[in-house]
Design a protein around this ligand. Structure first.
Ligand code: AMP
Ligand code: MG
Length: 530
């Protein structure tokens, strides 16, 4: 099958044709009771041109890489709406920082329809930053280049790390300026605008269900649940109160798997509001997210959350559970027994613990030989990482290289010191004592493995990425892109597609965060302004 230009493909429109749409076409932000979505038109931009394209995702979807300018890029910017596109903005609500916020909805994201991939699966294409919708509230419907680069790179990086996530197909500059008060300090600045074409089976969130339940739109609630079951959980069978229960448990299971991945790669989402929780258990809405540098459960990059740290790294498992409870409440009106919905929450807790444990075992090169002892070992890991403020990525990667040495003999502190020198941000050696103790315990345990040292090392290298999207690297790629140099973005993107491989020409991208980047805005601290 020859790849097609994006403007030549035929999209399907199940969301629009099977759910209730507001076709009033009324301009302006407003409440839209009674509907799942609004028909909208993207607002054209001045000069759309392609900045980045995900070749592998494009190939999978049967799409050709577009030229810098032309009809495909016009379609990816919302300037060209083809005959098979039926653009829409979904209506949803959500809890923001624990408070019910009422109607939110796609305020700047516009869905175009679904494309059929080579394997027959269907993928929704959504343009983020394509202009105002009835859900824009007081905002402009646009996105700036910096936040779009971050979303583009991180969604793809997460995919290649094996973390469940939405994808990004293209990054298009609009040629328009967008005004943002990045630091919320009364200094708005004009910044270049951009649009990311996001890709996922669906972008439906917990909040879509919550809003319908909160307003008593039970027929709409049922229609949405049945739509999701039909298209995204067909294996669960025909909709019924029982099916809803099994579905909720499956959403809980997938959410747990997602969060377990976050906790083992050091990803902090930053805004785990219920409107940012995918009904498919995918990482969604890359805003003020960040990657742990010094291991610290209290860390969040989101300046809006500095006070309460609700969405800090170590809080994520608890917050996802809270969000699932909110979803369970929204599904109550469908006739599912509330007591039985509780079983889904137990599935969450159980899956989170097992998955996190299994992922850590893999990272440590261990096979399940000693369930109780191994649990204790992985549960003691966070404290061992936190003491010397280890960089998780560097620590695990170097541990893989050290494994054959640990297997060969009796390691002591001197064996481990280079590892800590490479990975620790803390200077105080006293904080490292529990880490040395943990490492000794680990080395003893590793010696019970049957595989050869080389096989263990290889397996660990497959489980521990060398490259993650370090906060300051994303910022460097942004700064260069803002001044017209796409090379750092392209290099970073290439490396992040094979994060478990060595890239000798790009050792610098695997280095520990430099000191200057510690508190730098855009690197370590991010606002929601995007
Ligand atoms: P977020 O915190 O990015 O998940 O966004 C929360 C809500 O604000 C969602 O309903 C978004 O669609 C909306 N929103 C965020 N930024 C904009 C914007 N620039 N224009 C319109 N709506 C926005
Ligand atoms: Mg959002």
């Amino acid at each position: 099958m020859t790849p097609l230009s994006f403007d030549q493909i035929t999209l399907e429109n199940s969301f629009v044709s099977e759910l209730r749409g507001d076709a009033s076409g009324l301009a302006g932000a407003r409440q839209v009771p009674g509907y799942h979505y609004s028909h909208v038109a993207p607002t054209p931009v001045a000069d759309p041109h392609l900045l980045a394209w995900s070749d592998e995702l494009g190939d999978y979807l049967g799409l050709a890489r577009p030229a810098g300018r032309g009809p495909a890029v016009a379609a990816l910017a919302g300037n060209l709406v083809t005959g098979s596109m039926r653009p829409f903005a979904a209506r949803y609500g959500g809890h923001q920082f624990g408070n019910w916020a009422g109607q939110l909805g796609d305020g700047r994201a516009i869905g175009l329809g679904q494309v059929a991939a080579r394997d027959g699966s269907r993928w929704e294409i959504q343009l983020k930053g394509a202009g105002p919708t009835p859900y824009s509230r007081r905002a402009d419907g646009r996105a700036v280049l910096r936040s779009s680069v971050r979303e583009f790179l991180c969604s793809e990086a997460m995919h290649y790390l094996g973390v469940p996530t939405t994808r990004a197909l293209s990054l298009v500059a609009t040629g328009d300026e967008v005004v943002r008060d990045m630091f919320y300090d009364g200094n708005p600045q004009a910044e270049p605008g951009a649009i990311v074409a996001r890709v996922a089976p669906t972008f439906i969130r917990f909040g879509n269900f919550q809003l319908l339940a909160a307003l008593g739109e039970i027929d709409n609630l049922r229609a949405l649940a049945d739509y999701v079951l039909r298209h995204h959980y067909p294996e669960l069978g025909a909709p019924s109160p029982d099916t809803y229960l099994r579905w909720f448990a499956e959403v809980a299971r997938r959410t747990a798997v997602m969060v377990a991945h976050w906790m083992t790669v050091g990803f902090v989402h930053g805004v785990m509001n219920t409107d940012n929780m995918s009904i498919l258990g995918l990482t969604i809405d890359y805003g003020p997210y960040g990657w742990l540098e010094p291991y610290d459960p209290e860390w969040t990059p989101n300046t809006t959350d500095f006070g309460s740290r609700r969405y800090a790294f170590g809080q994520q498992p608890r917050v996802a559970l809270w969000n699932l409870m909110a979803l369970a409440q929204a599904l109550g009106p469908l006739g599912a027994d509330p007591q039985a919905l509780r079983a889904g929450l137990e599935v969450y807790v159980e899956t989170l613990n097992t998955t996190q444990h299994e992922l850590f075992l893999r990272k440590l090169g261990l096979t399940p030989l000693d369930p109780a002892g191994d649990r204790a070992l992985t549960e003691a890991l966070p404290a061992a990482l936190a003491g010397p403020q280890l960089d998780m990525t560097i620590f695990f990667r170097q541990l893989a290289h050290l494994a054959p040495t640990l297997l060969a003999g009796d390691p002591d502190e001197a064996t481990f010191r280079p590892l800590l020198d490479q990975a620790a941000y803390a200077q105080d050696p006293e904080q490292a004592q529990p880490t040395y103790d943990w490492l000794r315990r680990y080395a003893l345990r590793l010696r019970r493995e049957a595989a050869s040292p080389e096989a263990i090392r290889e397996q660990m290298l497959r489980a521990n990425p060398k490259y993650v999207l370090r906060n300051y690297l994303a910022q460097q790629a942004i700064t260069a892109a803002e001044s017209g140099d796409l090379t750092p973005l392209e290099t970073l993107f290439t490396v992040l597609k094979t994060p478990f491989d060595e890239h000798p020409a790009h050792e610098a991208l695997a280095a520990k965060r430099p000191d200057w980047a510690r508190d730098k805005p855009g690197s370590a601290t991010l606002s929601c302004s995007s």
